[in-house]
Write a protein that binds this ligand. Structure first.
Ligand code: 3PG
Length: 418
């Protein structure tokens, strides 16, 4: 047991049905539906090998979102293929989450076999439980369809999804109310390593926040600033654009329409309040890049032409951020600066990652897109710690107890059935 949570050393899994929640949520190619990266899938392999090696009947639960917040959910079928390849044994997939077909497949499992269920977020209750929407207590989550249907078929629950540990949802927090539970090896490692770093971060401590999942980003920024964890926050992606809009700067009609279309206009008020309290510690872009006639075109803030959609921070902003990163002693990064997948709009992200590669600071990166960027720019060896969690990492750093940690502590007190 570590931090009041069982580890795999505390469970006897032989011939037991083990429900294992993993986070294999990967960047997906919107056009083809294929996975653009497999880092998180690779990261949970030690846990899966250990459990099947010890003779567990292993049932995997996972979610897969889209690149743009929570609007589309993809099947986990491609993940089963990758898992099978990495494990060197068949991971069966079933296109059902907790219906009769899924339950029959769970019952049919033998020791050492693995079944991956379809995306848990295809079940409505799983999706409505984001903390900004309907909130159910852990006891109430234990009564949701997913838990009611699957828990009776299982002996044990293991959570290896550190990357989703900030989510308060049935697949993550419900089973621990009923089943004896433990954290998997990846969860254990990430939890212990990050706890260690945060005991005493060296200062200046700089956060780099970008990307497109901006609901979370604002909550994170508020907590790391108000909690005195961040000395500076460097912003890019949609985070930077919303902040500038809140500061009455002209980010161009294209960016404003995009923010409105994505339903983020409401965050402008949140951003205003944030700037009112912490303006001196929040750095915003001063220039941007858009694509004009197929090529990168840069504009200073205030001179973005009508019709141009900004998709990256400009090189002036990126140079300023490089200097901050090189001056820092600890740097946490969550999210790219722009659409780094496209050549014309990758420069900002590339420059920030160059500085991450050569700064003397202790560097921690988290989140799917940040991991993809790290690989793309060949910085994997230069980053001190790569955490599979993006939102979870930042939330953890705020000192707030993560819902899954709380649930696992509860599930660790439940004794296995004899
Ligand atoms: C992530 O990508 O941060 C985790 O998989 C959690 O995903 P979510 O933000 O869609 O809950």
């Amino acid at each position: 047991m570590r931090f009041g949570i069982n580890t795999l050393d505390d469970l006897d899994v032989k011939d037991k049905t083990v429900l294992c929640r993993i986070d294999i949520n990967q960047p997906v190619d919107q056009k083809t539906g294929t996975l653009k990266d497999t880092t998180r899938i690779e990261a949970c392999i030690p846990t899966l090998k250990e459990l099947t090696g010890k003779g567990a009947k292993l049932v995997l639960l996972a979610h897969q979102g889209s690149d743009i917040e929570y609007k589309n959910f993809y099947t986990t079928e491609p993940h089963a293929t990758v898992l099978s390849k990495l494990l060197g044994k068949e991971v069966r997939f079933i296109d059902d989450v907790c219906g009769p077909a899924a339950r029959a497949a769970v019952r049919a499992l033998k020791g050492g076999e693995i079944l991956l269920l379809d995306n848990v977020r295809f079940v409505a209750e799983e999706q409505t439980l984001f903390e900004t929407k309907l909130l159910l207590s852990h006891e109430e989550q234990a009564k949701t369809l997913l838990v009611r249907k699957l828990a009776p078929l299982a002996d044990l629950y293991v959570c290896d999804a550190f990357a989703a540990a900030h989510r308060d949802q049935p697949s993550l927090c419900g089973f621990e109310q009923i089943l004896p539970s433990a954290m998997g090896r990846l969860f254990e490692e990430e939890f212990c390593v990050i706890s260690g770093i945060m005991e005493k971060p060296e200062r200046p401590c700089v956060f780099v926040l970008g990307g497109a999942k901006i609901n979370d980003a604002f909550l994170m920024m508020n907590t790391v600033l108000s909690g005195g964890i961040a000395d500076r926050v460097l912003t890019g992606g949609l985070v930077g654009e919303v902040l500038l809009w809140a500061d009455d700067k002209d980010i161009g009609e294209g960016a404003r329409s995009f923010i409105k279309k994505e339903g983020y206009e409401g965050l402008v008020g949140t951003a205003k309040a944030l700037l009112a309290a912490y303006r001196d510690r929040v750095l915003m872009p001063e220039d941007f890049a858009a694509v004009r006639e197929g090529r990168r075109a840069e504009y200073p803030l205030g001179a973005i032409p009508a019709g141009a959609l900004v998709l990256d921070i400009g090189t002036g902003t990126a140079a300023r951020y490089q200097a901050e990163i090189r001056r820092a002693k600890t740097v946490f990064v969550n999210g790219p600066m722009g659409v780094f997948e496209e050549e014309a709009t990758e420069q900002g992200t590339r420059m920030v990652w160059d500085a991450l590669g050569d700064t003397a600071a202790y560097t921690v990166i988290g989140g799917g897109d940040s991991i993809t960027a790290t690989k793309k720019y060949g910085k994997t060896k230069d980053i001190d710690y790569i955490c599979t969690g993006g939102g979870a990492l930042i939330r953890f750093l705020t000192g707030e107890e993560l819902p899954v940690v709380k649930a696992l502590r509860h599930g660790s007190k439940i004794s296995p059935r004899r």
